[in-house]
Write a protein that binds this ligand. Structure first.
Ligand code: HEM
Length: 427
């Protein structure tokens, strides 16, 4: 049954039973929201009541009892953290952040250039460089000591944060398999503790205030997977629809020219690039199911939702909703094109309830601008700098487009593609 709590499982249930579904797991009430109308009811009309976060046993342990922002309940502590992060850390106008993005994705293009003509594991390359970008932005550092260690910690945390333990649903069964589970949790948290201690020591050595280490853990755990996964999906979709890649490359050639790399200042002049990224986010929102919890007894669409219920907003299903989207399973960026597409008016700020890759309301992504910008920049570098084809004569229709469900819905197989240089200047 837990398998049905994935974006695809819940979407299939919604087709059968409707846009608001009630499920019961042991003591736990779970409500799945799968249409724009119910999303609006939960994330807008009763935003305050549904702004708590549910947390599993693993989440509570790994976040030191919800002391991070993403899993803290709605309240004074969360508000303060959020304000700090939005103004000080997640802004794409923060100089250290943009420097890290520019240098990181510049390195992505150089690395691809070095391997021109061979099949590149583009998925892995994008993920590793995105981790490096966020690491450098988060710790305001240009050296990458500890990056490999950090990636391993990040991957174990990601696996554990996505895990359910039977005690999450049936507290009286919490003892089942507890020793192995607890040991894994404590090893992961110990590794992170030691890593953070080193960072704090380094900050003190550099004369910074250790209480102001620039980074929130959520930045480190939320950033790389979301940005990396969206970039990989955008490239995969364009490999499957080469006409879309050609249109983007034509736009880049017209606006930027073939004698230089893309710069940040070009991004606002590339409307089709923006559409490609929006379409990738629509079809493959990296956080496919938004996790909310009712802070009090509520009524949604005439149904009662008891306090403490878990509310799963299926952004993946909503972004493809048959009532809101024409051919929602097809990658067609031009649907967002100003003056051309039927969805041109939809933005990513969270007031369009049929389009929720960054969520909506008070728990929506505080780094929307930074995330969108980073993906646009990475996709622009790859599409502008290189021509791409699939390896071993693979046809676009043969490309695997399956996803997996974890904390993020990334591709089930990494994207391999063969680049050849396109610019007249060195990358
Ligand atoms: C393409 C990139 C990204 C996408 C699509 C994305 C999407 C999301 C979504 C859907 C949520 C949950 C909304 C909800 O529950 O209603 C979220 C929350 C969050 N995101 Fe992002 N995100 C992205 C990039 C980032 C980056 C780069 C960072 C940090 C540097 C970040 C930090 C956070 C944090 C801290 C939260 C929790 C906010 C809270 O609970 O108050 N995200 N994001």
């Amino acid at each position: 049954m837990v398998d049905q709590l994935t974006h695809r499982g819940l979407a299939a249930l919604a087709k059968q039973f409707g846009g608001l579904l009630h499920l019961r797991f042991g003591w736990l009430h779970v409500f799945a929201v799968s249409t724009p109308e119910y999303a609006r009811a939960v994330l807008h009309e009763q935003d305050g009541a549904f702004s708590n976060r549910p947390a599993t046993i693993a989440v509570v342990y790994l976040t030191y009892g919800r002391s991070d922002m993403a899993f803290a309940h709605n309240g004074a502590y969360w508000r303060q953290m959020r304000k700090l992060c939005v103004t000080k850390i997640f802004s794409r106008h923060r100089a250290e952040t943009w420097l890290a993005v520019r240098e990181g994705y510049g390195a992505l293009a150089r690395e691809v250039g070095r391997r021109s003509g061979e099949a590149v594991n583009l998925g892995e390359l994008i993920f590793n460089l995105t981790v490096s970008v966020i690491f450098r932005a988060a710790f305001s550092t240009r050296d990458e000591d500890g990056l490999i260690e950090f990636v391993a910690i990040l991957q174990e945390f990601s696996r554990l944060l996505g895990l359910f333990h039977i005690g999450d649903f049936f507290p009286w069964l919490a003892w089942v398999g507890r020793r192995g589970f607890n040991r894994r949790l404590s090893t992961a948290r110990g590794a992170l503790d030691r890593f953070i201690d080193k960072i704090v020591d380094e900050h003190m050595r550099r004369g910074k205030n250790p209480a102001d280490p620039d980074a929130d853990l959520d930045m480190l755990f939320g950033g790389p997977e979301t940005v990396g996964s969206t970039t990989e999906w955008a490239m995969a979709e364009m490999m499957r629809s080469p006409g879309e890649l050609e249109r983007l490359q034509q736009e880049l050639a017209d606006v930027v020219g073939l004698d230089r790399a893309v710069e940040e200042s070009d991004l606002n002049k590339l409307p089709f690039l923006r559409c490609v990224v929006k379409e990738a986010l629509r079809m493959h929102p990296p956080i496919p199911v938004l996790l909310h919890e009712a802070a009090k007894d509520c009524v949604v669409g005439g149904y009662s939702v008891p306090r403490g219920s878990r509310v799963l907003v299926n952004a993946w299903a909503i972004n493809r909703d048959g009532g809101a989207w024409k051919d929602g399973d097809t990658f067609r960026p031009a649907r967002f094109m100003p003056g051309e597409g039927e969805a041109a008016g939809l933005d990513l700020k969270g007031s369009c309830y049929e389009f929720l890759p960054f969520g909506s309301g008070r728990r929506s992504c505080p780094a929307q601008g930074l995330g969108q910008h980073a993906v646009e920049f990475a996709v622009a570098q790859l599409a502008h700098g290189f021509n791409w084809k699939l390896p071993d004569g693979m046809k676009p229709t043969e490309l695997d487009m399956g996803d997996i469900f974890g904390l993020t819905a990334s591709r089930s197989t990494r994207l391999y593609a063969v680049p050849t240089p396109r610019l007249t200047c060195p990358m």
